[in-house]
Design a protein around this ligand. Structure first.
Ligand code: GRG
Length: 304
């Protein structure tokens, strides 16, 4: 086990995280076709983004949640890999000229810059459908409410009841003023829904009761919103540091974010409060959630 049971209890949190990442990278290889498959261009494009060094937070959450409720992480591996494929697809599409038009992601050129817009769209679609195939195959191998429930939670988190609808509202309000309720809607859906889904799916796969799985989901929502607020703060502070400007909390950013609605200090306070609320859920659930507690705290201290 990589979680905090047995000898793992003594393991340093960051070391545990690195071991999870290594495990996830290896597992992804088993669920994605090799570059040589035909036609190579699409597999090369899918792999280019999938193996670009992401933090692997969502698959880590699936696996750690499964273990935290006493499940066997092996049963959760296909779902963890599917989460990362869906997350990567969303990043590829979000970077497209029609959306955020970004040139760099995960420290390298974005998919459309390397493979062209057409192939980037298809690589994103390819990752999404491969994720569905991997999960459906796992459901067929072990048909039960745990596997189908996890697949449902993941599809819900990614689609029109989750990330996708958050992206729709984000795109719709581009360049228009946003009120707090709408901004909250975007954060809860675009960012938090996938983190919520990862923790809920992991708990379901581990055999949690509906009540406990909902607690994992709630912790995920709080972590997800805190994660997005901190991301908005990092965006502003890193740009200001690059420009050598002093950081003023009332500084305006072109997009409506928590930072320009509440200021840096208040935004940080809201993110820390949400993170503390998630930590209280882990405390309530007991020691088996120590890794997830550590991860929650780590995310509030992140610098990238
Ligand atoms: C295209 C349907 C569709 C959705 C796109 C995920 C997303 C929705 C947009 C990405 C833009 C963005 C900044 C989203 C906020 C969430 C976020 C900070 C994503 C990056 O997640 P990390 O930090 O990335 O876990 P890595 O690269 O580490 O996996």
């Amino acid at each position: 086990t990589f979680s905090n049971r047995g000898a793992g209890a003594m393991m340093d949190f960051k070391e545990q995280m690195c071991r999870w990442i290594e495990f996830i990278e290896g597992s992804l290889e088993n669920y994605i076709p090799k570059q040589e498959a035909f036609p190579p261009v699409i597999f090369e494009a899918m792999r280019y983004s999938l193996f670009a060094g992401g933090k692997r937070l969502r698959p880590m959450m699936v696996l750690a949640a499964c273990e935290a409720v006493g499940g066997d992480k092996e049963e959760a591996v296909p779902f963890a890999c599917a989460m990362e494929m869906i997350h990567t697809y969303s990043l590829i599409h979000d970077d497209l000229p029609a959306m955020d038009n970004d040139d760099y992601r995960r420290g390298r050129l974005t998919s459309h810059k390397v493979f062209g817009e057409d192939m980037a769209i298809l690589a994103g679609d390819g990752l999404l459908h491969n994720a569905m195939e991997v999960m459906a195959e796992a459901c067929n191998l072990n048909p039960c409410h745990k596997t189908t429930g996890a697949m449902q939670a993941i599809a819900q988190g990614a689609g029109i009841h989750g990330m996708l609808v958050g992206q729709v509202v984000d795109v719709f309000y581009e360049g228009k003023p946003l009120d707090r309720k709408t901004l909250e809607f975007i954060h809860i859906n675009k960012t938090a829904a996938m983190i919520r889904a990862a923790l809920k799916a992991g708990a379901i796969l581990g055999g949690a009761t509906e009540l406990v799985a909902e607690k994992f989901a709630l912790a995920g929502e709080k972590i997800g919103v805190a994660f997005q607020i901190l991301d908005d703060i990092l965006d502003v502070t890193s740009t200001m540091e690059e420009l050598g400007k002093p950081i003023h909390s009332d500084e305006k950013n072109e997009k409506t974010t928590y930072v320009n609605l509440y200021g840096i200090e208040k935004s940080r306070e809201i993110a820390f409060r949400l993170s503390d609320e998630a930590v209280s859920i882990w405390d309530e659930l007991g020691d088996s959630c120590n890794f997830l507690k550590g991860l929650t705290k780590y995310l509030t201290k992140r610098t990238n």
